[in-house]
Design a protein around this ligand. Structure first.
Ligand code: FAD
Ligand code: DHB
Length: 393
């Protein structure tokens, strides 16, 4: 078995693991990233698209802003639609100029992989049989297989950035963690379409048949989502059925509707909330979806992952500079504060905009909630400051 030594062993090469590796490199800290899928799979995976202001600022600060500046679409508002009307929420005006930027998660991942390749620091794709041990001791270990050979990585710290189905969080003894979970009775059917977006800004819509979301990836690609039941099978959704449901749910009285085009990707994602408390165990630190999952309505998942690794890299930097562990020990508490704030916001957005089996009273209350939202500057400001995101802390 080959023995390898590094400072920080990173399990998972999604946005959290790759960004952590980049931030550590900028501080002169060595890391080794292990990813169990192929490079193509990680780059092609269609997921998030909304970057908060602080995520955009971070990408610029760490030298990854060039393509983002050229190809990202800055949005200073969003629409909320119900009752056949679209209502604009002017995000930037309500938050002192903060906005969101549309830039696919896969583009962020592509930029991070390119940056990693330029450093020649290790990033191994298609590893398997990954396991971690001894993170309650000074020298934790990660075992893995690559190209048919077994390796053992000895580290000072392990970063568990392996997402919601990873091995790091389940490796913590159950008696040391508490897992909070909420399963929502909804899923999102998402499609990617080769068609110019027919609105400059996102449209979050509640219709009596359920939620629909109009989004985009570029001036030529539209991204659309439909609320469906979690048991729904994608095979039951031929293109024509998807389009007619989108038309029904998104069409507004001013005649607006999404432009159709060839559907290039489709999939169904179930919705749940998870919070793991604490986010660390000895010398193991969880970041991103390995530590928390939010329903997608608030567009917070990728952004929370970025906030985690920004904080973790800062704390590891302090440790290697001075031996001071204070920030590492505060990592979980600070992260959980941000996580619960995002859970609150995402759960609120989800309940305000999705149709469940609620009774007539709840449906009227939901309508009153949206009417209040779009008529009160205070309510719109509350949405706006959470949607564009508070500064990293
Ligand atoms: P992941 O991206 O899951 O990365 C974890 C990585 O670890 C993966 O590459 C995985 O292959 C790898 N891995 C797993 N197990 C192992 C192992 N044993 N060994 C080695 N590697 C392993 N968020 C937003 O902020 N805005 C949005 O608009 C948004 N929209 C979304 C829409 C959809 C349809 C979905 C599914 C998610 C959306 N999200 C959104 C959430 C966002 O995609 C995630 O929060 C984000 O991917 C988290 O990044 P991560 O690096 O923590 O986890
Ligand atoms: C997108 C995803 C989201 O979860 C969201 O709230 C807004 C937009 C998107 O993929 O474009």
């Amino acid at each position: 078995m080959e023995q390898i030594r590094t400072q920080v062993g990173i399990v998972g090469g999604g946005p959290a693991g790759l960004m952590l590796g980049h931030l550590l490199h900028l501080r002169g800290i060595r890391s080794f990233i292990l990813e169990d899928r192929s490079e193509e799979h990680v780059i092609e995976r269609v997921r998030a698209g909304v970057l908060e202001q602080s995520t955009v600022d971070l990408l610029h600060e760490v030298g990854l802003g060039d393509r983002l500046a050229r190809e990202g679409l800055r949005h200073e508002g969003i629409y909320v639609a119900f009752g056949g009307e679209r209502h604009r929420i002017p995000l930037a005006e309500l938050t002192g100029g903060r906005a969101i930027t549309i830039y696919g998660q896969n583009e962020v991942v592509r930029d991070l992989i390119d940056a990693r390749a330029a450093t020649a620091e290790p990033l191994r794709f298609e590893v398997d049989d990954v396991s971690i041990r001894d993170f309650d001791m000074q020298q934790p270990k990660i075992g893995f297989r690559h190209d048919g050979q077994r390796h053992e990585l000895t580290c000072d710290f392990i970063a568990g950035c392996d997402g919601s189905r990873g091995i790091c969080q389940p490796s913590i003894p159950a008696s040391q963690v508490r897992i909070y979970e909420r399963v929502y009775p909804f899923a999102w059917l998402g499609i990617l379409v080769d068609a110019a977006p027919s609105s400059d800004e996102l449209v979050y819509s509640l219709h009596e048949r359920g939620f629909a979301l109009f989004s985009m990836r570029s001036p030529h690609v539209t991204r659309l989502y439909l609320q469906v039941s979690p048991e729904e099978d994608i095979e039951q959704w031929p293109d024509e059925r998807i389009w007619s449901e989108l038309d029904l749910r998104l069409h507004t009285r001013d005649g607006w509707t999404p432009l159709r085009g060839p559907i290039t990707q489709k999939g169904i994602t179930r919705m749940r909330s998870v919070v793991v408390e604490p986010m660390d165990s000895g010398r193991l630190f969880l970041a991103g979806d390995a530590a928390h999952i939010v329903p997608p309505t608030g567009a917070k998942g990728l952004n929370l992952a970025m906030a985690d690794v920004w904080r973790l890299a800062g704390a590891l930097g302090k440790f290697y500079e001075s031996g001071n562990e204070t920030e590492l020990r505060a990592y979980s508490e600070r992260g959980l504060r941000r996580t619960w704030r995002a859970q609150r916001f995402s759960a609120w957005m989800t309940s305000a905009l999705h149709r469940d089996n609620s009774d007539a009273f709840d449906q009227r209350r939901q309508r009153a909630e949206l009417e209040y939202l779009v008529s009160s500057r205070a309510a719109m400001t509350s949405l706006a400051e959470n949607y564009v995101g508070v500064e990293f802390d």
